[in-house]
Design a protein around this ligand. Structure first.
Ligand code: SF4
Length: 719
């Protein structure tokens, strides 16, 4: 069993001892405000914080060392979203169930104090140091410049909220001073154009955050954890310089914080900070630089490293290397509440590793829904989606071992059913094995590993790989229930899509192109600009897409060892810890753009922006990626013909154009694989009455792994 001595080491803060070094970092779930949490229909418990308490209880039971809640706003101007009003003193008794649940499981919990400033989407107006609208404002409001009296009142609001947290039983607070929220807005010249005592010089710009920190300490006394999140890297123009970051961290340590957490990138930054394409532990260098500086000044405050750490080996390495004193991750505790318990019990290969997709966590939140996890639909829905032990174990067949089938099989087996999983291929994972070939999605392999490890070793599972189930076999085996998860495949090449495509060998569907890129020429038309079309454009422009062998080698290399320096170069992130005075403000340099491997034109029939339907939190990255790779986008087209060399299409005005290409790749949708279901329906067997079709073989419109797994989970918890 691998030793995880560093992450399992307790941290003694003098007045409190944390049981290990792994922090569940803050993630807004949508359950922080009674208006959302109380809107649940799943619980008869009228306490509006009951869902939040249950959510954190599971993570504390799973042995997280320290938990930080999603943000609570200190004042009405600081409502993050509409209706998420500030905590009322009258609600403290109700809120107490949250820290109580965590304490009952042996954990500790901080409330995050968050004032969004110009990022506020609730209330009638937002406020900021200067009246400069955020480029990502949903309300398109120019913020009101805060008066000195409002600043002082806001300091009091923070202090009052911290005192309320203390009275409700929290072990401390995290003051959110990064990610471009209000306190960070005061620190950076980017958003602070004031000329009074709160603007101009560095000393003036950090005045308000430090006043907040001192007021919170004074309101709560010495034996209360204060973590302050310092923005180590703003990644916006006119952000803090490295020297300013170091100076602020020193002041935060001296003015009463117990722990410094790392903040990486403002929400409006156009550099990926948490998406799958960010290398694992890809920003730890920023924490290391600050920690090294503080230690050189004799300041021993613990520092927390953050962002894209999702596996215990990586966490251990960060601490082993002395880059940080603690490690924080939020989303990996959504995908697996029992992450740390599995580490402690030698089951780390059974961790359901977060792949950084954001599809059900951040994308849900940005769409006004309660957060969850694509890989674990129970996250933040612990009661209504609970997988309870069955009282009547059944014999259940699962036909197909893709994301929907594999997930359902684990849930059914965990509940006590006896499951036989049939997979026609030699490996589990279905379309994830295609997805992992896309640059930046190499980590999809970790889900394949999780499904494989969990099912191979599960006492309630018989795993039949390389076995194509037939309806007759299944009927003969006498299963009580049958889950059909046979997935989907690309639409057949059809003249209805593009006249000519059936005749020419240089027309490929997306599976053919991903598996055999050596057949695809250098000038390519990609037809269809949905998620698969975007993935294909990124794939074909990558230098690794020369052949199947180079794709596989790159996938494996990147999965096992990613390179932060390549990533930094590509996105123009400047690191100059040794020469802090020379660091460009905000840590931004000029990105290094390399010529694309292929010349790709990405077509779509609809008018409007390419990628408009991609995930809210990651769509901008994909749009930027294809722009950096010089992909030409053409929309509003009608496809006319292809003669093996020339693609003819009409634009929105009906004018015809001809494009010479070497290959065409079709990303025009998928068809459900109904072969098994059809056979079961046609035969004289009783299989049909027991069939439950889930995922791609059930529907393809708006199909994605999130919906497929959610649907299969719904079936698996009902049987
Ligand atoms: Fe991680 Fe994706 Fe789950 Fe979010 S939805 S927690 S990013 S796996």
């Amino acid at each position: 069993m691998k030793s995880y001595a560093k992450i399992l080491e307790p941290l003694d803060l003098g007045f409190v001892k944390l049981r290990n070094r792994v922090v569940m970092g803050s993630i807004h779930t949508g359950l922080e405000s009674p208006i959302h949490a109380g809107g649940s229909t799943q619980s008869s418990n009228k306490n509006p914080y009951a869902r939040l308490a249950r959510f954190y209880r599971d993570r504390a039971k799973g042995k997280a060392g320290l938990i930080i809640t999603g943000g609570f706003s200190p004042s009405v101007e600081g409502e993050l979203n509409t209706g998420e009003r500030p905590l009322q003193a009258s609600e403290l008794d109700a809120l107490r169930c949250v820290p109580d649940a965590v304490h009952e499981e042996g954990g500790h919990i901080l409330m995050q104090l968050l004032h969004p400033g110009r990022y506020a989407n609730g209330g009638d107006c937002c406020v900021a140091p200067s009246p400069i609208m955020s480029p990502i404002s949903q309300t398109l409001q120019v913020p009101m410049e805060m008066s000195v009296s409002l600043i002082q009142r806001t300091v009091d609001d923070f202090a009052r909220l911290a005192r309320n947290a203390q009275q409700a039983g929290f072990d401390g607070v995290e003051i959110m001073g990064s990610e471009g929220y209000l306190l960070n807005q005061f620190v950076a010249r980017h958003t602070n154009h004031r000329t009074d005592d709160y603007g101009g010089s560095f000393e003036n710009r950090i005045r308000f955050p430090l006043e907040v920190l001192r007021a919170v300490r004074s309101a709560t006394g010495p034996n209360f954890i204060i973590m302050f999140r310092v923005s180590l890297l703003d990644l916006v123009p006119d952000g803090s310089t490295q020297a300013e970051v170091f100076a602020l961290a020193e002041r935060v340590a001296k003015d009463g914080a117990n722990i410094i957490n790392s903040g990486i990138g403002w929400h409006e930054a156009r550099v990926p900070t948490i998406a799958t394409s960010v290398p694992r532990a890809g920003y730890v260098w920023a924490t290391r630089a600050t920690r090294t500086h503080l230690r050189s000044r004799g300041i021993g405050i613990p520092l927390v490293a953050v962002n894209r750490m999702n596996h215990p080996d990586i966490l251990e390495q960060v601490l082993e290397d002395g880059d940080a004193d603690m490690v924080a991750m939020a989303r990996p505790f959504l995908s697996d509440a029992f992450f740390m318990e599995k580490v402690m019990s030698g089951m780390s290969d059974h961790i359901n590793v977060c792949i950084g997709c954001n599809e059900a966590c951040l994308d849900n939140i940005f769409s006004g829904k309660v957060a969850s996890c694509m890989l674990n639909p129970m996250a933040a829905h612990e009661e209504e989606r609970a997988a309870l032990p069955t009282m009547t174990p059944k014999k259940i067949a699962v036909v197909g071992g893709g994301p929907a089938g594999a997930s359902a099989a684990i849930t059914l087996a965990d509940r006590g059913h006896h499951v036989t999983l049939y997979e026609a291929k030699a490996i589990l994972g279905g379309q994830f094995n295609l997805g992992k070939r896309i640059p930046g999605k190499e980590e999809f392999q970790s889900s394949v590993d999780y499904w494989t490890n969990s099912l191979q070793k599960h006492p309630n599972v018989t795993l039949k790989l390389n076995t194509k189930a037939t309806a007759a076999d299944i009927a003969a085996a006498g299963f009580d229930e049958v889950i059909v998860a046979t997935g989907c495949e690309p639409h057949p090449k059809s003249e209805a899509i593009l006249p000519g495509v059936e005749q020419y060998p240089n027309v490929f569907n997306y599976v053919e192109a991903l598996m055999h890129p050596e057949k695809v020429g250098r000038r390519v038309a990609v037809i269809g600009a949905g998620g698969i079309g975007f993935d294909m454009a990124e794939f074909l422009t990558s230098p690794h897409s020369t052949s199947a062998a180079t794709v596989e080698a790159a996938q494996l290399t990147k999965y096992e060892k990613q390179s932060p320096s390549e990533f930094k170069e590509k996105w123009g992130i400047f690191q100059a810890a040794d020469t802090p005075s020379q660091t460009p403000a905000g840590g931004l340099a000029r990105p290094v753009i390399r010529p694309p491997f292929r010349q790709v034109t990405l077509f779509q029939r609809s008018r409007g922006k390419h990628g408009a339907h991609l995930g809210v939190s990651t769509g901008w990255i994909h749009r930027l990626e294809i722009r950096m790779n010089k992909v030409k986008t053409v929309g509003g087209v009608t496809y006319k013909s292809f003669d093996g060399k020339t693609l003819v299409y009409a634009d929105g005005e009906g004018k015809e154009h001809a494009l010479e290409v070497d290959s065409v790749v079709l990303c025009t949708g998928q068809s459900s694989n109904k072969e098994f279901e059809t056979a079961a329906t046609a035969g004289p067997t009783p299989v049909l009455s027991k069939l439950h079709t889930v995922g791609g073989c059930n529907f393809t419109k708006k199909l994605d792994a999130k919906l497929a797994i959610l649907q299969s989970h719904g079936v698996a918890i009902r049987l």
